[in-house]
Design a protein around this ligand. Structure first.
Ligand SMILES: [Zn+2]
Length: 260
């Protein structure tokens, strides 16, 4: 690693869990950030600042006023110009770290493009806000053997879980169905606090770093749930049921193959 990079990442290289070798692995790694809202901006910032070599960011939306309290890469000018989030994030991040190849994609992540979006990717980080897309990501990751980190946040609480195909239970193993609309709280109905977003995304990003470095032994292996307002912190074991999982056991990919 050249001197510039050694200087830039010196405080990370000092962490024994990362070290010079881990930092070099990050520089060769490629990550897909699925969604660039509250979680996605923190995820993208974390990946680019820590020195991941290639970061692809997909989001279809443009910056709006009510994004600014928590979506850390955007400002009022982005909102006035109605900048696409993926492009605005890529622009900000490119002046933070010109060494990272940042690839913005202004599109919805869907069954038609997800496998292409995952081409060459070592990890997918969940910055989405809906169960349909998470089920789709889960199926694509199981099919292609790519690890992914789930993250969800509403109001003052959040959760995260890391899925390693072939090693851990998958998303479908613990969430059987997409909840009926209106049955679970969302950011639009229950609100969301930026600090809860930051913690959720930071847990996801740290899990992601462990995957990219190859430190699988240090993964949390449990669903982390916390409430930043009430100081609650729980680690919940996820176990597979006796019934085979349609996705990770039987390779039935309902969302990937679903016809509109
Ligand atoms: Zn499963």
């Amino acid at each position: 690693m050249d001197k510039n990079l050694n200087d830039r990442y010196s405080r990370q290289i000092l962490i024994p869990e990362i070290g010079q070798q881990g930092q070099e692995r990050l520089s060769e790694a490629s990550v897909l950030i699925a969604g660039c809202g509250g979680l996605g901006t923190v995820l993208a910032s974390s990946m680019v600042r820590t020195g991941v070599g290639h970061v692809r960011i997909i989001d279809r939306d443009s910056v709006e006023l009510d994004n600014l309290p928590r979506q850390i890469l955007f400002d009022e000018e982005d909102m006035r110009k109605k900048s696409p989030k993926a492009a605005a994030a890529a622009h900000k991040l490119s002046i933070i770290n010109s060494e990272t190849k940042i690839e913005p994609v202004v599109a919805e992540l869907n069954r038609d493009n997800i496998e292409e979006m995952m081409r060459g990717v070592d990890l997918v980080l969940d910055g989405t806000d809906n169960f349909e897309t998470r089920f789709l990501i889960n199926e694509a990751c199981i099919k292609l053997g790519v690890p992914w980190v789930y993250g969800g946040v509403v109001s003052t609480y959040g959760m995260s879980y890391t899925i390693i195909p072939g090693k851990t239970p998958c998303f479908k193993c613990f969430i059987d169905k997409v909840p009926q609309p209106g049955t679970t709280p969302t950011n639009a109905t229950a609100g969301v606090l930026g600090m809860a977003v930051n913690i959720t995304a930071s847990i996801e990003a740290t899990e992601g770093l462990k995957v990219l470095i190859g430190d699988y032994n240090s993964l949390n292996n449990r669903l982390i749930y916390f409430d930043v307002w009430y100081g609650t912190w729980k680690l919940i074991s996820i176990t597979k049921s006796d019934k085979p999982c349609p996705v990770c056991d039987e390779q039935q990919f309902e969302f990937l193959s679903h016809k509109k």
